[in-house]
Ligand binder design. Structure first.
Ligand code: APR
Length: 250
């Protein structure tokens, strides 16, 4: 990890007034949840066009639940890692206003963050596409596939390809990106829209961009100002430590 880049990034975080973060599956890999597009990612085992579109779910919900069950069992046992906890600390110290996450694992909240926008919904509730009933996931825990009392198979309230982004998440994220002076992009390949428009909205409004990833993305050479190559679970705590030093917090 490049100490000079860490120090420069920590100074930006310390001096910024409206820092926000955009996170993807990479921030949860060290919590044991595989990401989607890395070598052993989820999409290497389940073709997204067959398992992650709303039409695939309507066509064969039982088949899609085979993937959902694997995801659910991975998320169930997962704990927030030092990256989630570090962002929670930055928020508590007043150096991070909001997290916009593409993840549905609830680990930012478990890591202490309160201002979290779930851009792709969350997996804690289930809905019936046919009769509109909604259930808490705990009511159906262990039931695969989970059934509505009308007899149809329930769908988790996560956003499948072909579904709209929850309106609140869309507008709030746009507003935050348009008024941020620093955007931290952590653990995302930034290939899925419209989440991947957030970095350019922030950039167009003059925000500095810090990107944390194991490898470069298409953002790195285009809009990223500081690229911190490494594991989120190691880079974020290093940033928090340096921000605390600048703030005189031990
Ligand atoms: N630390 C930092 N970055 C990491 C780590 C780690 N420990 N592990 C993986 N990464 C990086 C990968 O290099 C990759 O760039 O995280 C990124 C994960 O990219 P994706 O797997 O494409 O996940 P994400 O960007 O969140 O996908 C966006 O696509 O399939 C949909 O709805 C799904 O929300 C998801 C969206």
């Amino acid at each position: 990890m490049d100490a000079q880049l860490i120090n420069r990034s920590a100074e930006l975080i310390y001096n910024s007034k409206h820092t926000i973060a955009l996170t993807g599956a990479g921030i949860s890999v060290e919590s044991g949840i595989p990401d989607f597009r890395s070598k052993d990612g989820l999409w290497s085992r389940y073709a997204p066009e067959e398992y992650a579109t709303i039409s695939a779910f309507r066509e064969d919900p039982e088949k899609v639940w085979r993937m959902l069950r694997e995801m659910e069992e991975l998320v169930l046992g997962a704990k927030p890692n030092p990256a989630h906890i570090g962002l929670g600390e930055l928020e508590r110290m007043g150096y991070l206003k909001y997290i916009i996450t593409q993840n549905i694992d609830n680990l930012h909240q478990a890591g202490g963050a309160r201002n979290v926008i779930e851009y792709h919904g969350n997996s804690s509730t289930l809905s019936c596409l046919w009769c509109g009933n909604s259930y808490n996931v705990e009511e159906k825990r262990g039931e695969y596939p989970p059934l509505c009392k009308c007899g149809k198979i329930l769908k988790p309230d996560v956003v499948f390809f072909g579904e709209p982004i929850p309106p609140y998440a869309l507008t709030k994220s746009f507003q935050l990106a348009a008024s941020s002076d620093l955007l931290m992009i952590i653990g995302t390949s930034a290939v899925v829209s419209p989440a991947n428009t957030i970095p350019s909205i922030a950039k167009q409004n003059g925000a500095k961009i810090i990107e944390i990833n194991l490898e470069e993305t298409h953002l790195t050479s285009t809009i990223t100002d500081i690229f911190l190559k490494g594991k989120a679970g190691e880079v974020v705590p290093a940033l928090v430590k340096e921000v605390k030093r600048l703030a005189g917090i031990n």
